[in-house]
Design a binder for this molecule. Structure first.
Ligand code: FE2
Length: 426
């Protein structure tokens, strides 16, 4: 005979607080919950709107501060090769100095979280044995309390997310810990996307470089030209404060600027003497040929103008379309300066390289006529910072004193004002 089923005692319903005060508290909690959910959604959108790991990291730290109402946040990433965690802190009033701080896995609270995969909720860092006191000295920050969680991707710890010093004299609670864990999942997805994108970007750049190098190998007179033009262009772009996206396009355009030489016959490309008119016409066609090749690649839409117009001149005497002034795309205006500098300071079979100061004078005298003045001025500023070199004076070698003095005189605000009739900054 079957035993009669055991009767499960009914739980007494919990008394629900009533009254205007309880209702107000309930409404307040509901409001807080809604605000947190909408902040999390907003953070998710912001985190995933960038594919740059650096931006994702910066936004993750901003998200921590916003979501947990705390003084600051840190996102450490794991450097597997060195068995370390690292993060960057901005120093100085204008946060213009970035210092990288590193600690061993297992060291400090962040190191402990990276090692164990567990979270840490600490109300008083001074009383916690895991706390690495010397760390505050390095980062010039006084930590009172914190919540630290691991950042996991596909089951593997890739970083550690930390919130420091709850505002208004409070300490972090379990609610904060839960929020940090949700945020950490979102950060992991955003970082994964960024790493994947960076990997693809690197492969793409390496492919472009290999292609440019293959073409350069055919031209026995231009060894190292592509690399130098790329370095000079990037240096000019930095001085002109181009955005990250613009700089990336500029770098690719500089790598690919002479890609059209693939269609130029060897007898012309490798001719030791000067070219005749017909040969010169064919050589000039490399700008259009390069543009045609690149126009087949949709993602290079913003890059191909650098290839097509890098031989245009401000006065309209260039090629292929005889564009003038601002009709010439910015990337091409920059590459024109970089390309000409390298051509002037490199040996050719029919002439030796120009002296640096002579080549510099040539660029300066021809700004407005041949080159965009803002690109030449940016080039000179980069030069002063030793970012410009030549085929003969290798990267990093000191700029000769007379050239330094010449640069200083060119960039003197009075000289600029006299010569351009313009006042004010650059
Ligand atoms: Fe060219």
């Amino acid at each position: 005979m079957m035993k009669p089923a055991k009767k499960i005692p009914r739980r007494k319903p919990r008394a629900v607080a009533k009254g205007p005060r309880a209702e107000a508290k309930f409404r307040d909690l509901q409001k807080q919950f809604k605000a947190k959910v909408s902040t999390l959604l907003e953070i998710n959108r912001i985190l995933n709107s960038s594919l740059e790991a650096k931006t994702v990291r910066k936004r993750a730290m901003e998200a921590v501060v916003k979501l947990l109402s705390c003084e600051t946040g840190s996102l450490y990433l794991i450097d597997e090769q060195r068995g370390e965690l690292y993060f960057e802190v901005a120093l100085g009033e204008r946060a213009d100095t970035i210092k990288e701080i590193r600690l061993k896995i297992g060291e400090g609270v962040a190191g402990w979280v990276a090692q164990t995969g567990e979270s840490a909720l600490i109300a008083d860092t001074e009383k916690d044995p895991r706390w690495a006191r010397n760390f505050d000295k390095k980062s010039k920050f006084h930590t009172r309390n914190m919540v630290t969680v691991p950042v996991r991707s596909k089951g593997k710890i890739i970083g550690v997310l930390q919130a420091l010093n709850k505002l208004a004299g409070k300490v972090f609670d379990r609610e904060d810990l839960k929020l940090m864990q949700s945020l950490s999942d979102q950060v992991a997805i955003a970082l994964d996307n960024a790493f994947l994108y960076e990997d693809q970007r690197r492969t793409f750049f390496q492919t472009a470089e290999a292609l440019a190098l293959a073409i350069e190998k055919r031209d026995i007179y231009t060894g190292g030209h592509t690399k130098r033009v790329r370095d000079y262009s990037v240096a000019i772009g930095e001085e002109m404060e181009l955005t990250g996206e613009e700089r990336e396009k500029l770098e690719l355009a500089a790598i690919l600027h002479d890609i059209g030489k693939i269609g130029i016959e060897d007898r012309i490309l490798r001719k030791p003497g000067k070219l005749d008119d017909e040969e010169f016409a064919q050589m000039r066609s490399h700008a259009e040929q390069g543009w045609e090749i690149l126009s087949h690649i949709k993602s290079l839409e913003g890059v191909s103008p650098g290839t097509r117009y890098h031989h245009e001149r401000m006065d309209g005497k260039g090629y292929p379309l005889k564009l003038t002034g601002s009709q010439i795309p910015l990337l091409a205006r920059i590459i024109a300066v970089a390309d000409t500098w390298d051509a002037m300071t490199s040996d050719r079979p029919y002439r030796s390289a120009l002296e640096e100061s002579r080549a510099l004078e040539e660029l300066w005298q021809n700004r407005h006529k041949q080159f965009a003045p803002e690109a030449v001025e940016a080039f000179c500023r980069a030069f002063k910072k030793n970012k410009i070199y030549t085929q003969h004076r290798l990267k990093g070698a000191p700029v000769p004193e007379p050239t330094q003095a010449f640069l200083t005189s060119l960039l003197n605000p009075h000289t600029l004002e006299e010569q351009t009739g313009q006042k004010g900054g650059r």
